[in-house]
Design a binder for this molecule. Sequence first.
Ligand code: ADP
Ligand code: MG
Length: 696
Amino acid sequence: MKLVSDYFGCMVFDDKVMQERLSEETYNTLKRTIKDGRSLNLSVANAVASAMKDWAISLGATHYTHWFQPMTGITAEKHDSFISPDEGGRVIMEFSGKELIRGETDASSFPSGGLRATFEARGYTAWDATSYAFIKDNVLCIPTAFCSYGGEALDKKTPLLRSMEAINRQTLRILKLFGNEDATSVKTTVGPEQEYFLVDKELFIQRKDLMYTGRTLLGAKPPKGQDLEGHYYGVIKPRVQAFMKDLDEELWKLGVLAKTEHNEAAPSQHELAPIYATTNIAADHNQLTMEIMQKVAKKHDMVCLLHEKPFAGVNGSGKHNNWSISTNTGVNLLEPGDTPAENAQFLLFLCAVLKAVDEYQDLLRISVATAGNDHRLGANEAPPAVVSIFLGDELTEILECIEKDQPYGAKEKELMRVGVHTMPKFPKDTTDRNRTSPFAFTGNKFEFRMLGSSASVSGPNTMLNTAVAESLKQFADELEKADSFETALHDLIKRTITKHKRIIFNGNGYDDKWLEEAKKRGLLNLKTTPDALPQFVADKNVRLFTEHKVYTEKEMHSRLEILLDNYCKLIHIEGRTLVDIAKKDVLPAISAYSQTLANTILSKKSVSNALDCSYETETLTQISNLCAAAYSGVKDLEAALDKFTKNKDVKKLSVFCKDKILVKMQEIREAIDALEMIVDAEYWPMPTYGDLLFNV
Ligand code: ADP
Ligand code: MG
């Protein structure tokens, strides 16, 4: 039997391999440059590249690629082979330092939102040496950032790295104030829990909607849904079990710490949780996880659906972004400590998060805004579109006591003074077991729960890191000037609680009463993607990102443009797909069935007028009416789709997509789903929800 410990990370050029294959000097220089975040000099790069190539070739690799995350939401690769001609007309395998650290790529096929002038179509990719290279399908993949020649970010990784640097800078200032001089760098950590569906491949290929859009645009509810809740943590079916085993192995080879796999709320829905890692690595690993999930599923004759809402009326899929801040000395800064001083520090970081989430609710909402996720948020299966923080009763009470200068706890006589009192630990079970909060404190980390399943975690973490960096910056500015640190700290924490406590909500986020209450508190409710995205370039957000050097203003505008454009294109494809299915598959099938019914009525009547035809006649009438409604909807939808190309303003177009195209699609769907319930199953032109959800 293969031991996991023997093959874990066997396809990764990790620290162990580096130590084995690099000279001591090269290894040390590489480590130092990685640590200081500087760029490699060419002779070191050459040595690393050569060792990397030999290692990769020994494992069967023939090609290499700079692996990056363009704005399209998937990863991109351009494979180059190692071969290079030698003098004898044969080839040798070559890979230079230059090729390792920097690649040129034709950027013209990736969205740039106007950043790249057409005459300058080139972009370049640069090695993110903090994320290890790995081999996938005989290709050496080098995790890279992707920029235009002007240095503007064209990908999701660059801003993420910049935001990590911003929070590092500000956190170190705070730690110094607390007398912590050992920590020399601080990193945010992320553990993304990934939800997904598995469906049978044979059935999948019969659903054009799933194939073209990733979600079903039609489909009546099956008689059995997720009502019985029997699937959650239920027994995993053998076929799925085999898939999960394979998936774990593939991920482990790539050094991805896949830890738990279980069933989710909906039938055919599952979840994978990794052990957390440094944020940029977690982001790379999550992209890799999604890719490998799809690949392994195919091997098992299944298709892995990563769409946020593949099935209407059935729980959608999300991605929980567990987030914390850790020092290089191994201290989790969101872990309540054992001493009063540690607690004061914990409370300050807690306040930094409260302030950040309150002041930049819009950014967090924007960071999860996609067409797919609009079907989940606020639909009683995922957090509402209103951002709030769950702290749990205990921690909330402590904050209240600090704010009001009141004693904490039944026995406690003294007032709760920051820096004087120790705090109780918060075992996970007393913290959030209510899953309705968008942003929950879970004992020693926050769990941001609004992300959609297909999202890259880079965007949300870029927002979160930068917003928290800004709180910390303001805190440090104030505390560094204070005469008495203790007093200033206490005042600052008190003041922050008072000012930002409106963001704390421990109740049921699915309750309509919460939405009313949130409105009273002045919290934002950006319901859909077109509502949310334009806020990205609000003055306060431009100030935030430029101040911390995470995005330039130009980059922000280009990103907004790309995101809106993606949204519109996606809805347009959905609309066209629905027209196609309706006109070519569903309506013809219904028409054929109508003929059968009509023939039956005629035949019966020809035998005897006394024969009862109520079933046939009533069904035929219902079918004809619904069919007419569907057909008229399809014509309207076609007309709306026609207008699409004429609208040049992408912001207006996104609103048009939401208000006209999506609404029309819903009307058509209602008619067709009603038809599905009464049309002979033999005639129905595609697998039903029942087939898709219960057939794996
Ligand atoms: P659950 O939420 O399912 O009860 P856990 O809370 O134990 O499970 O863990 C959920 C995820 O949080 C895991 O992916 C785990 O690695 C991650 N996690 C745990 N600690 C941290 C941390 N300090 N920073 C980021 N993620 C973390
Ligand atoms: Mg969780």
